[in-house]
Write a new protein. Structure first.
Length: 157
């Protein structure tokens, strides 16, 4: 049986990415026509890594940055979410290995300021890190959100 790749290995495996393609027919109802950028994991990690303490970014903002950088109409929502999860997992592996300077994945939120339960430490781990940086986290049912997250969004290019 083949050994499962670590998140660190997945992060390094850019293959033929980033790649800009025509928006596929199945996505045209929502996104219309144009082009879509499928990001390289290292590029998403680099954007996440650039978010300073006290600031936040959303997956949608990362997608906007990627589209802008590559001259595409949109950044792929699925691939960007997956690569953000890979970057977070690699940072978690680095922390377990004793590294101190890791990608601050906890500063990357889902749409609407929602915390990501798939990040290392789950919702409680992300909540604790965000609160330690001065963010207020509120519950809406079983989901957690950063209150007034829009005011703390980083302006990146």
């Amino acid at each position: 049986m083949a050994r499962r790749k670590t998140f660190r290995e997945k992060l390094a495996g850019d293959k033929d990415l980033p790649r800009v393609e025509r928006i596929p027919p199945g996505m045209r109802k929502q996104w219309r026509s144009g082009t879509i950028v499928i990001p390289a994991p290292t590029e998403v990690d680099e954007i996440m890594r650039s978010v300073p303490k006290g600031k936040l970014i959303t997956i949608n903002r990362i997608r906007e940055i990627l589209a802008q950088r590559h001259g595409a109409t949109i950044g792929c929502p699925i691939a960007t979410g997956i690569t953000a999860r890979i970057a977070a997992g690699a940072a978690g592996e680095d922390e377990v290995a004793g590294k101190r300077r890791v990608t601050p994945y906890w500063r990357t939120l889902k749409a609407g300021g929602e915390l990501n339960p798939k990040y290392p430490g789950g919702l409680e781990g992300q909540r604790a890190r965000l609160q330690a940086e001065g963010h207020e986290v509120v519950a809406r049912g079983k989901r957690l959100f950063v209150r007034d997250y829009e005011r703390r969004l980083v302006a990146l290019r």
